[in-house]
Write a protein that binds this ligand. Structure first.
Ligand SMILES: Nc1ncnc2c1ncn2[C@@H]1O[C@H](COP(=O)(O)OP(=O)(O)OP(=O)(O)O)[C@@H](O)[C@H]1O
Ligand SMILES: [Mg+2]
Length: 361
């Protein structure tokens, strides 16, 4: 039996379905991420798990016990909201301990637990400060400490790091993972940032229009997306429509208008004559100025049409001789004043069939 069982949960607002029949098991101690675009229903789902919203249908079980009709304060669940509010007139320590004061816990016990939790989120030396004397990242950690202090079995985090800049976000991501690991609390984290989901989560559910489109480990989601939506939403992808020409245990070959015959990883589910999409991640394509034999499969000629320099890597948009665009990323491994491959350069692209997948929908 799974720790959390979400069974056929739906939510309608004024007749409009915003969470659409989601079923999902979540394990104890897991860091489960829900990744989806704005308006996909992430917060609504989290609010149902916390008890702030009643499902239109379906059940939520924790440890086998039906929680669907329990009010928020009777659930061993705490939620850190998308826009967290701290009390501006209270110190950090008072803010963090507030939830325990309301529960009539004795002061020495509160002080002890506040101290403990502030150490965990590395804010011990800030306990007497007021919120307006803190940075955004520190405030976020106050909110996290406040959510953790009641020792919930499940912590729901709604975009916990969205307000932070990139560096601080990365740092806080690691802290969050350490805290989760140390406390063994089950985290359900909502984000629209795919990198955040990939680095933090043991599993990710990709959500769109109220549904879980695919659930899997970060690698499964990235390397084995189940359809074009997931492939495109998580990372970048080159997609080409085509018809299956041959299919055997070595490769699935697909005839495309864009690039001719392409070879992909063999996929036993597909049939010759079927229309589908061939998908290749930009970093799986090698880019060179060296000539490759034009008869090689998965190799094309083109020219650099667009180029983005990111310091550590480059993103190229290549226009092939027949007018198809491909995105290719390269790591900048050498330190030079100019790029090896630049605007307008004639280039050759090639990629391994094993890195190429076929998507049926
Ligand atoms: N109380 C409500 N009444 C009516 N509609 C609502 C209510 N709450 C949310 N919605 C609608 O439900 C849909 C999903 O909203 P939700 O807040 O769950 O999205 P989200 O995935 O969290 O988006 P974001 O990434 O922008 O936070 C939206 O179209 C929203 O307008
Ligand atoms: Mg939201």
């Amino acid at each position: 039996m799974s720790f959390i069982q979400i069974e056929n949960i739906s939510k309608k607002f004024d007749g409009v379905t915003v969470v659409d029949n989601i079923s999902q098991d979540i394990n104890q101690g897991e860091l489960f991420a829900i990744l989806g675009g704005s308006g996909s229903g992430k917060t609504t789902l989290l609010r149902m798990l916390a008890g702030f919203e009643r499902p239109s249908s379906g059940r939520i079980l924790l440890n086998g016990k039906d929680m669907t009709d329990l009010p928020p304060y009777q659930r061993p669940v705490n939620m850190m909201f998308q826009s967290y509010a701290v009390f501006p007139h209270m110190s950090v320590a008072k803010n963090v301990g507030y939830g325990l004061v309301k529960e009539n816990i004795k002061k020495p016990e509160i002080d002890h637990r506040v101290e403990e939790i502030l150490a965990l989120v590395q804010l011990s030396s800030f306990s007497n400060r007021k919120p307006n004397q803190l940075s955004g990242g520190q405030l976020q950690r106050v909110a996290l400490a406040r959510a953790l202090i009641k020792k919930p079995k499940v912590l729901l985090l709604d975009e916990p790091l969205a307000a932070l800049d990139k560096k601080l976000r990365e740092q806080t991501q690691f802290e969050l993972m350490n805290i989760q690991h140390e406390l063994g609390i089950t985290f359900i984290l909502v984000t629209h940032d795919q990198e955040e989901a990939m680095t933090l989560a043991s599993r990710i559910a990709v959500m769109n229009e109220g549904k879980f489109i695919q659930t899997g480990t970060p690698t499964e989601i990235y390397e084995y997306p189940s359809n074009r939506f997931v492939a495109d939403f998580v990372g970048s992808i080159n997609l080409f429509e085509g018809i299956v020409a041959t299919n055997d245990s070595n490769a699935t070959q697909v005839k495309t208008d864009a690039l001719g015959l392409l070879a992909a990883s063999p996929d036993a589910r597909v049939n010759v004559g079927e229309t589908l999409w061939v998908a290749i991640r930009p970093e799986k394509i090698s880019l060179s100025k060296k000539t490759i034999s034009s008869t090689d499969i998965n190799s094309v000629k083109g020219a650099v049409w667009d180029l983005g320099y990111y310091g550590n890597h480059c993103v190229y948009r290549i226009k092939t001789d027949n007018g198809t665009y491909l995105q290719v990323t390269t790591q900048n491994q050498s330190r030079a004043t100019g790029l090896d491959i630049n605007w307008k350069d004639e280039v050759h692209l090639s990629w391994d069939p094993a890195c190429c997948m076929v998507l049926r929908e």
